[in-house]
Ligand binder design. Structure first.
Ligand code: C2E
Ligand code: CA
Ligand code: CA
Length: 625
């Protein structure tokens, strides 16, 4: 038989020696045709040594393979073509875990690994392969790349040029996902607020240039939106920090639900969020978005079985309409935020030039106010509080008056707000209260009258310094504590209910009683009010103004009934006619303060009023009309 493949004539057998031991032998049979005669040559070879070498080689290959596959990295070798394609020659076991390939995929298929890279990296690899055919210098390809499966690898490709001109690529990909995750975590910590999960200020400042260039590229606008949840300090005080933090987290969650991935939500100091919202063409889109934002806070938040009503105030500035500078935009969105009117109701404001001129005016007012305080140009005026039944003056409210050299009379509503916003409120109250206490002490000492004065304390006044101030009045001036009262507005009390309650309790211990001012405009409940050791409840002027309507009457009646139930004295403010007086008296109101009896008067005029006051005459006059 003619055998074409010589190796087919080779067989291995087991040989047996005389002593019975065995050894491997190889039989190889070859045929030779010689002068028409076919000859066979059989060679028998002892292959013991070769077998040993083969086994050792196989074992070491397996060992090496094991080592390689146990490493968290992938080795691969491929032969590449000048069009950037390749022929895979080898892929190590370890590639399975690095590239997350399952067994069925684990065949040395062309471009199997390339498919695992993102398009941009895959393109770069193909370009690298092509370049190897263009220039002789052989470079390495090395970079950290993210795979489509989310893993990160450090990829290194070393080319090898063979003598026949073909080129091999030897690749090594090490899994660096864990390290990248740690780096991402560190970056996250550096750029995020941990309580709310929103970005932080550093994140915000990094986001600005991106928003600016994207807006310029697409010829669009973006909005800088400051969002402040309103009742938070109240919830923190009453329900504790855990609940407060959970509420803030929920606020962030709710906002996140109505924004897109491209928007940037950050948490800034002062419990506020700053949102950058891009892709805006028309102002109306901002209105729609803000209304939407307000709406997501309509439903109460439920935490640990309790319900909380959180509202938001929103201020907006727009790039490039209002400014192209990030710091100015931030300031303007804050300005818009501070122009919102409601404290306990959601509301949004978009920045306007008018607000800008208001700031300029405010700053000029602030400078003048500061001087006026220093130069004692802000004076205490006194308004009588009259007993409904006897007509006696049983109290006086101290009201600040400022006659500015430039502008003339500036209403306290205006300058108190400036003082509060620009950090002058404490020095202002100190000046007014000290002056008023001195005057009252003199009236007492000179036997003119012994009537308590009620001073207004702003919600922005630090509770500790309130106590220090009152102590100073009692000790330094020597005003008897029963001749000094404090008015706190209902909304200020609720802003930080716990701190207010402590202050009121401490004042009471000193013998100084407190009233709740502007009652009805805030957000307190009967159960809250019960816990404050108050003396007086002052019905706000707006309700007295509304007394003729059925609604107004209902509110007044309910407030008086409630105050009586809590054992509080009721005072009505802004009473300027006898009809109001009579109605309030009928309903059981105890004290009246208003133009009907007296406007706020300066020291000299009030002194005259106190000297000449005829209770019986005054009360019969109003009762008669
Ligand atoms: P308020 O504490 O509610 O003071 C009562 C306001 O009602 C006073 O306005 C008073 O003049 C006015 N009023 C009283 N009776 C009548 C009336 O029959 N008719 C009318 N139309 N008005 C009447 P004023 O003095 O302009 O003060 C406004 C607000 O400014 C005060 O409201 C208070 O919140 C604040 N304020 C005034 N002085 C001080 C102060 O020394 N410290 C603080 N923190 N706030 C002050
Ligand atoms: Ca008051
Ligand atoms: Ca009031």
């Amino acid at each position: 038989v003619r055998m074409d493949n010589p190796r087919q004539n080779v067989r291995e057998y087991e040989g047996v020696r005389k002593d019975g031991s065995t050894f491997p032998v190889e039989f190889s049979l070859n045929d030779i045709k010689k002068e028409g005669v076919l000859l066979f040559i059989l060679i028998i070879r002892d292959i013991t040594q070769r077998k040993k070498t083969e086994t050792a080689l196989r074992e070491s290959e397996i060992r090496l393979g094991n080592i390689v596959s146990a490493m968290p990295c992938a080795f691969f070798t491929s032969s590449i073509r000048d069009d950037g394609g390749q022929e895979s020659l080898y892929i190590s076991e370890g590639s399975k875990s690095v590239f997350r390939l399952d067994n069925s995929m684990f065949v040395p298929k062309n471009n199997l690994l390339l498919e695992q890279f993102e398009d941009e990296d895959a393109n770069d690899i193909v370009e690298f392969r092509k370049s190897l055919f263009r220039n002789n210098k052989i470079d390495m390809f090395e970079r950290e790349v993210k795979l489509k499966n989310g893993n990160w690898v450090h990829l290194r490709i070393r080319p090898e040029r063979l003598k026949n001109g073909s080129i091999l690529n030897h690749g090594l990909a090490i899994d660096i996902t864990e390290r990248k995750k740690a780096e991402e975590q560190i970056r996250y910590l550096a750029y995020h607020d941990l309580m709310t999960g929103a970005g932080n200020r550093a994140y915000l400042m990094k986001a600005f240039p991106k928003f600016i260039s994207s807006a310029n590229r697409h010829n669009k606008k973006f909005a800088v939106i400051s969002i402040i949840p309103t009742n938070m300090s109240y919830f923190y005080a009453n329900s504790g920090y855990d609940i407060g933090d959970m509420l803030m987290e929920e606020v962030a969650n709710r906002i996140t639900k109505v924004i897109s991935d491209r928007d940037c939500l950050t948490y800034a100091s002062g419990s506020r969020f700053i949102l950058l919202k891009g892709g805006i063409s028309h102002g109306s889109e901002i209105d729609d978005f803000c209304k939407n934002l307000e709406d997501i806070f309509i439903d109460s938040m439920k935490i640990e079985g309790q319900e909380f009503d959180v509202n938001v105030k929103i201020g907006v500035s727009i790039y490039p309409t209002h400014s192209s500078d990030s710091k100015a935009l931030l300031k303007y969105s804050e300005v818009a935020l501070s122009s919102t009117k409601y404290d306990f109701q959601s509301e949004y404001q978009i920045f306007s030039e008018h607000m800008k001129s208001k700031i300029a005016r405010n700053l000029s007012l602030r400078t003048r106010l500061k001087h006026a305080i220093l130069n004692k140009q802000i004076l205490p005026y006194f308004q009588a509080q009259v007993d409904v039944l006897t007509g006696e003056i049983i109290g006086m409210e101290v009201l600040a008056r400022w006659n500015d050299e430039e502008e003339g009379f500036i209403p306290p509503d205006v300058f108190i707000k400036i003082a509060e916003e620009y950090g002058l409120i404490e020095s202002l109250s100190e000046a007014i209260i000290e002056e008023a206490c001195k005057i009252n002490k003199r009236w007492i000492d000179q036997g003119i009258a012994r009537v308590p004065i009620a001073v207004n304390i702003s919600g922005k006044h630090d509770p500790k310094s309130v106590l220090r101030l009152i102590d100073k009045m009692l000790n330094d001036i020597g005003l008897p504590p029963e001749c000094l009262e404090v008015e706190l507005t209902e909304s200020a009390m609720m802003e930080d209910a716990l701190a207010s309650r402590r202050t009121i309790e401490k004042l009471r211990k000193r013998g100084v009683l407190c009233s709740v001012d502007d009652f009805g405009t805030g957000y307190s409940s009967l159960s809250m009010l019960k816990r404050f050791p108050l003396k007086k409840l002052k019905i706000d002027r707006t309700f007295v103004l509304d007394i003729n309507s059925a609604n107004g009457k209902a509110i007044i009646n309910a407030t008086i009934a409630m105050a009586k139930a809590l054992n509080l004295v009721v005072l009505a403010e802004g009473v300027d006619n006898t009809l109001h007086f009579k109605y309030l008296k009928e309903q059981g109101c105890d004290i009246i303060q208003g133009y009907l009896f007296s406007k706020p008067l300066c020291e000299k005029d009030m002194e005259e009023k106190l000297k000449n006051w005829d209770s019986c005459h005054e009360i019969s006059l109003v009762n008669m009309n």
